[in-house]
Design a binder for this molecule. Structure first.
Ligand SMILES: [Zn+2]
Length: 147
């Protein structure tokens, strides 16, 4: 992406990352945060794509603190169950893009979804039952229809 420095209009940036301290529910933790430095004037900025990535890392850290599966763990679990992201959404629910969002850290899965995924992995019979029970998510009205 070709970003421009708001100070000097240069488009040459170096990407840096630094561990930053955050606090949540009284607990301190560190997250690796990306930012860019203008190679011409030294102006430091976090571009929108970097903000998005940093937010995803932050949400992953929260999930770890709350005892929920992280994005990587969800990806591993889905691979162990031999499901595509679309299959997983069909079996577990959550909407068509749910699993790409969970895995990238764009959205945090609910506690119920987290438990359901763990149960599916641990108990093959439960997983088989979930697979058989296809509720046809495409026929359900989308979330927007309710608003
Ligand atoms: Zn600059």
């Amino acid at each position: 992406m070709n970003h421009q420095c708001p100070e000097c209009r240069s488009t040459e940036f170096a990407v840096r990352s630094e561990a930053e301290q955050f606090k949540r529910k009284g607990q301190e933790f560190w997250v690796e945060v990306d930012y860019s430095v203008c190679q011409h004037c030294g102006y430091e900025v976090i571009f929108p794509d970097q903000i998005k990535r940093n937010d995803c890392r932050l949400r992953d850290a929260w999930r770890k603190m709350d005892g929920l599966l992280t994005g990587q763990e969800i990806l591993d679990l889905r691979n162990q169950l031999n499901l595509t992201q679309q299959d997983a959404a069909k079996i577990f629910g959550g909407g068509i893009n749910a699993f790409s969002k969970y895995e990238r850290g764009e959205v945090i899965q609910s506690v119920a979804m987290d438990k359901l995924m763990r149960i599916a992995l641990e108990f093959p019979l439960a997983f088989d039952a979930l697979k058989r029970r296809d509720v046809g998510t495409s026929k359900l009205p989308s979330h927007q229809d309710f608003c």
